[in-house]
Design a protein around this ligand. Structure first.
Ligand SMILES: [Zn+2]
Length: 134
């Protein structure tokens, strides 16, 4: 098993940061209208302001919906679960759900984690943020 600190080095630092409580997604909050985004939008999709600050997002949410995916980009492990997670601040995040389909259900509480989702052409792990049952 790969430690979170090792996985974090492989993930775009604009998307995820380490916190004492675990990994956190980094989104955006528009200073003009308050709209949230993930990934952080360079331009607010609600008011077109470019004044969008980086904001750490809640690490737990509710599984809105999911699907089991059997076709994936080269190197990704299949099948995998892809789901929408509703965060308490109103954002809906699309992410891998790192659990077998039999272990998840719509409306289930999930929490952010880091995980390996495949292997690249050189044999290195492909890692990303995921959600797991809370
Ligand atoms: Zn805005």
């Amino acid at each position: 098993m790969t430690a979170d600190t090792d996985l974090l080095k492989l993930i775009n630092p604009a998307l995820v940061e380490a916190a004492a409580s675990g990994p956190r997604l980094l989104g955006g909050a528009c200073r003009a209208c308050g709209a949230r985004s993930f990934p952080r939008a360079a331009v607010c999709t609600d008011c077109l302001s470019i004044d969008v600050e980086t904001l750490a997002l809640p690490s737990e949410g509710r599984l809105y919906s999911y699907s089991v995916v059997h076709q994936a980009p080269k190197g990704w492990d299949v099948p995998y679960v892809l789901g929408y997670v509703d965060l308490p601040d109103g954002l809906r995040v699309l992410a891998h759900i790192a659990a077998p389909p039999a272990a998840i259900a719509i409306d289930q509480q999930v929490r952010l984690a880091l995980g390996v989702v495949g292997t690249d052409a050189a044999g290195a792990p492909l890692s990303t943020y995921t959600f797991v049952p809370a």
